[in-house]
Design a protein around this ligand. Sequence first.
Ligand code: ZN
Length: 259
Amino acid sequence: MKTREDSAKRAAATGPARLAEMIEAAESVVALTGAGISVPSGIPDFRTPGEGLWTKVDPMKVAHIDAFRDDPKSFWEYYRPRFQTLSGKRPNRAHEALAELERRGLLEGVITQNIDRLHRAAGSERVIDVHGSIATSSCTFCDATFQLEDVPGLFGEDGVAECEACCGLVKPDVVLFGELLPEAAMAEAQELAEGADLMLCVGSSLEVYPVAGLPELTLAAGGEIAIVTRSETPYDSEAAVKLSGDVVDELDAVLAALR
Ligand code: ZN
């Protein structure tokens, strides 16, 4: 039996403790993650001024589908080192916290804007890669698929990755600028967002559409949103909880506060 004191304490809970309560009370929780969750893994957020590979070039030009088609050599000159850097990164405790919530039956799945495949590496089972993932690359001609570890072997002397079967251009299975988001992944993300009574937004500035529209779907269906992100987001005023500290510390505190 709950005492009056317990109830008062619960109602008064704030920060990570309040979020832990909301996660336990909700029937369906879904996470939406962005670049901020991978920063502790050593992957800089290209939106942070003065950081990351993106500051030296204009990503809108060089990581654009037109650049890949028109000048694959220049595209790979830029993209290959980025690809190699990402393939060596390991998940951090924030990724692990979400995997742990899923194992405990408290999280339906993770919708991520990140292409770094670190959620799966951390043990998350249901991951919706709405911007694609570096896990695989595909031939643009015959659709043959290559695993991340096999891609380095596809480069010829010209610095372009070519299909072993048909010599077609091989493209990473990530969404480049100028490309549409994968339809099936977005449909699954929208369904999860609409069915969630709590959307946990982690490390995303919630500014890049159409993904930034997902919390709106949760709110419109009567659900709540919680935000664990250092930066300000357009949803801050609508969030039931906003945690602005380090993502690892905040999610550790949430896990610690679970019953
Ligand atoms: Zn091919």
